[in-house]
Write a protein that binds this ligand. Sequence first.
Ligand SMILES: Cc1ncc(COP(=O)(O)O)c(C=O)c1O
Length: 373
Amino acid sequence: MNVPLFKIYHDDFDVDLINTEINSGSNWAVGPKVEEFEEKIANYMGCEYTAVLNSGTSALHANLIANGIGKNDEIIVPSFTFIATANAPLFVGAKPVFADIEKDTFGLDPVSVEENITENTKAIIPIHYGGCPCKIKELKEIAEDNDLALIEDAAESFGADIDSKMTGTFGDSGILSFCQNKVITTGEGGALITDSKELYEKIILIRSHGRLESEDYFNSAGYFDYISLGYNWRMSNITAALGLAQIEKVDKIINMRIEKSKYLTKRINEETDEIETFTPPKGYKHVYQLYSVLANFRDDLIDYLSESGISSKIYFDPVHQSNFYTEKLKYDCKLPVTEEVAKKTLTLPMFPSITTEEIDYIASTIGKFYNRR
Ligand SMILES: Cc1ncc(COP(=O)(O)O)c(C=O)c1O
């Protein structure tokens, strides 16, 4: 049996909505689906404004520009994340400062964040690791007490919440990713969510050349003025159509992920004590974008799973230990919890359509591996 790490959940509705846009023969770049998708996201999240972009990384970049972050500013980030979170401050000439994580959620540790605040700190960018909310309420208090922007990197946690408040909506703004392994996907894509009209309006300019766009640029003879520096970080109308089809089934997708993850946890715990499965804190809704565990003899297990046709992956090797940060940027910091967790963390296959047989096979293969030792 071969079990991939993830499979995209799609159906005929995805194809139908894209086909309609393609067959229209117009509006492949900009068009009405973009705003429709933005409205759906805002309604789902419970926020005032959404701007979609071509990736989560662009959303982070645009967000820092719009927040006026620049030279001499320090931004507190986790190291246990995808590198884009840490790189975003560098994009605008600011310095990423790594804080440690805590073990309940693998998210930023509020104590470590406080220890890293200096007079140059301007913002905190927490992530919600693999779809599990981090200690965002505590981080919000710290941000408010110290007058810092709280920018949530909710790339992995679409639909995750704490007591029904969505991740991404606790901070001043949040970013989402729709890359192919995320909870819902448009292949590539991202979004910024916020209640701030001012921030939203800046993002709209930054994502499209700094151009004032009261109507469709491509289909208008009118004059368009350019009032700030901007990029082409737009999401295409075709992509947004796919997003509309995906968001329609998001609750189904999340429920399937949660149900399958619960079963995998039960099965792993039946097979071995050598793996620590993940239990989110009470009231925290984990959407299992990643199904990660802490595994003894992790690297040998990866090989054994691979020989048995099961894909697994290390999410994440700490950013502060990457070649770019140690060799080029000369970072030399110690993050004990991050380093300990990263040595044992292993992400196993998880996707909405994973079958009971596949889950049983993963668990029994893991059981076999530890029994042999
Ligand atoms: C935590 C985190 N932040 C940011 C990103 C970047 O998103 P994208 O791949 O859409 O640029 C990702 C995606 O992998 C992510 O996992």
